[in-house]
Write a protein that binds this ligand. Sequence first.
Ligand code: GDP
Length: 302
Amino acid sequence: MSDKQGLFSKLKQGLSRTRGGLLKEAFGGSERVDNAFFDTLEEGMILADMGLETTQTLLHELRGRCKEEKITSPAAAREHLADMIAALLSPKAPFAPAEGAAALLIVGVNGVGKTTSIGKIAHLYQSQGRKPMLAAADTFRAAAAEQLQEWAKRAGVPLVRHNEGADPAAVVFDAVASYKAKGCDLLICDTAGRLHNKTNLMHELAKIRRVLSRELPETPVETLLVLDAVTGQNAVSQARAFLECCEATGVILTKLDGTAKGGVVVAVSAQLGLPVRFVGVGEGIDDLQPFDAKLFAQALLP
Ligand code: GDP
């Protein structure tokens, strides 16, 4: 099995709950493309949490195409919808780590899968011959650094941590020094997800950003917001609250394997205008995939 096929079957497996229900009924149970087909499909897309507005925009376009191109089979309509979703999800800008050395600031509330995703990203890049370094800048909870250390060990990458309560920006400062000394090329910083104190969080993240731009002026920084797909549309509201605290450049959507709401990937991208960079499809170290819009659209639809 090629790498791409392996990724696809894992993604498909992760999205199996999303692909069921009314989406399956629309494509599997309809004889032809008619009003009943579109009604079932619309309900299925909304239940998969693609968002009302995005669903309606996509279906308006699909209806138009079907009419124009005299499409009558649900299978052909599916291909058009998959193309439209892929186009909507395609990132408009390249992802910094794909182009060379980069720093990643990982933000998100506790429990969404931040630590796990950092471990998985480190492993992914490490296995591609890159040199990741982790900074445990969530100093608010002692358990956070412990857990990150476990992941660092598992992935076989270095980590810099301080004691609980230390200044997160100081952790990042030391991590940068170690990153330079070891000749690393990907710095991944965990952060505390204290959204209930927005002013603190904003200051903390801004201070970390200042350290990065002063100490690594040539290195692009991506701020990735981690969202839990299980929370569906609530992930979109949570993201909006985070965007008041920092300028995110992309999203990691975790736990797609545990939900029937995988369509939230489409809603997040369309409603927030942010590219999805990774999706989490399980708890293992290999269960994170760089986001591929075409592959995703194919795996999402039954
Ligand atoms: P953090 O508090 O944001 O750092 O969250 P953690 O990384 O500790 O993750 C919280 C829980 O979610 C853990 O039990 C993880 O194993 C689980 N988790 C994280 N990502 C995924 C995923 O993609 N799929 C599944 N099924 N579980 C995940």
